[in-house]
Design a binder for this molecule. Structure first.
Ligand code: FE2
Length: 434
């Protein structure tokens, strides 16, 4: 049955609107509620938004679905470093089975949908001669496609050049149907190997019409300088905005002169950057005494230079990060704090980093956003605006994917019964409304 969303508030519309979904799962019309006869549902299922916000869904631009929910298996990452995370994952990898991967991934995809995420880019480790995880993820991508768009990145966790057979495995991943080619130049054994790995990734993507998303300079080493290589090759190859540099945490340690030079190269290249604030706050700075670095890329400065920057969750309960519930609203809040983007306008930018800016990373233009003719995929939020969503961590009351209601959210109120006090209520929608 087609869906009619009644009396929702939409950015750019002063009055509440009725949004009607067509039989094709696309938005058929958006009209002011005051202009729409209330008794004419046209046989549609009615979702009463009751003045709540209707917004495009969240987009997860960077997660590692293959490793989700493996924290502590077979051992915990006690040091909290990226390096021990890779060691623990290398121990867990031989235990992967098809069913193990599918089961864990489906669990986290359900969390994402409940949180309002309908578009996901997942890196998948391809430094595995059997490519067990990738084969499972290709199957999952198909299984969830009516609800979620899942992009898969061939991610060479242990290197392309420094890992025996790394380049061949990347090519095999292309034949299995990945959407994006990855790289990890700072993990390769030498600077030269790192440069070569980026060349291989860009060349492979160019030849097969794919995108590139490289883990780049995820280290607190001010000498790690592979973003300049990736951005330059993105520009020269013509791939430009189809290329993304992820993490880039070494930028948090670069001197001002080099930062200035690099930001010009990045802006000129058209590439996207993805910062993963929760995980890199956790992983970076582990080798520092005080003062201890934040270990994040230069988000505020890059936005100022006109670069598209998005925020990713990165890991969910795995060897690199024991926490997380796959909730981009939480990522936006932590990203806001960690990058000191805390004025109302800046918090709105952090919300954009998990919505339309992340959509640009995935290249979703035309398939994302609330406009007539576009897929009817959106969330309903009991909040005033994006600033309010992030500040109060408002979860979606409804999630609609391609015209179908796929999730309903919880209430935001609790009744308190404290000793010596009358029963009282806390309602975050009401009490924090200022
Ligand atoms: Fe990552």
């Amino acid at each position: 049955m087609p869906l009619l969303v009644r009396a929702g508030r939409l950015a750019g519309h002063a009055e509440p609107v009725d949004l009607r979904v067509g039989d094709d799962g696309r938005i058929a019309s958006i009209v002011a509620t005051s202009d729409a006869p209330s008794d004419d549902t046209g046989g549609a299922e009615v979702l009463d938004a009751a003045g709540r916000m209707i917004a495009p869904p969240y987009v997860e631009p960077h997660v590692h679905l293959d490793s989700v929910l493996t924290a502590g298996e077979p051992r915990w990452n006690e040091s909290g470093t990226l390096w021990e995370g890779i060691e623990r994952w290398t121990e867990r990898k031989p235990l992967l089975t098809h069913d193990d991967v599918v089961g864990r991934v489906m669990q986290v995809l359900r969390w994402q949908v409940a949180n309002g995420v309908l578009f996901v880019r997942s890196h998948v480790d391809v430094t595995d001669p059997d490519l067990t995880a990738l084969r499972a993820l290709v199957e999952v991508r198909e299984r969830v496609r009516d609800v979620m768009t899942l992009q898969l990145v061939a991610f060479p966790q242990e290197g392309i050049v420094s890992f025996d057979g790394g380049e061949k495995l990347l090519e095999e991943a292309v034949h299995l149907g990945v959407d994006v080619i990855g790289a990890i130049p700072h993990y390769e054994d030498t600077r030269e190997d790192g440069v070569r790995s980026v060349e291989i990734a860009v060349d492979l993507a160019s030849r097969h019409g794919l995108m590139v998303d490289a883990h780049c300079d995820e280290i607190d080493d001010e000498q790690s300088r592979f973003v300049e290589v990736l951005a330059t090759l993105a520009n020269r190859s013509g791939l430009r905005e189809r290329v993304t540099a992820s993490h880039t945490t070494a930028m948090g340690s670069y001197n001002a002169a080099y930062s200035y030079k690099l930001s010009r190269i990045i802006a000129r290249s058209g590439i996207n950057l993805v910062c993963n604030p929760m995980v890199n706050l956790h992983l970076q700075g582990r080798f520092d005494a005080y003062p201890k670095r934040r270990g994040l890329t230069q988000v505020k400065e890059l936005l100022g230079a006109g670069v598209n920057v998005a925020f990713g969750h990165d890991d969910v309960m795995d060897p690199w990060f024991p926490l997380g519930t796959a909730n981009p609203c939480q990522v936006a809040l932590v990203g806001s704090l960690a990058t000191q983007l805390t004025s109302p306008a800046e918090v709105r930018e952090c919300y954009r980093a998990v919505t339309d800016r992340a959509a640009r990373v995935l290249g979703l233009q035309g398939g994302y956003g609330i406009e007539v003719g576009r897929p009817a995929s959106f969330v309903v939020l009991d909040a005033r605006d994006p600033f309010d969503v992030v500040r109060r961590q408002v979860r979606p009351s409804h999630v609609v994917a391609n015209g179908h209601l796929v999730a309903r959210g919880p209430e935001h109120a609790s009744t308190l019964t404290w000793p010596g006090e009358d029963e009282m209520s806390v309602d975050f929608r009401r009490d924090a409304d200022r």
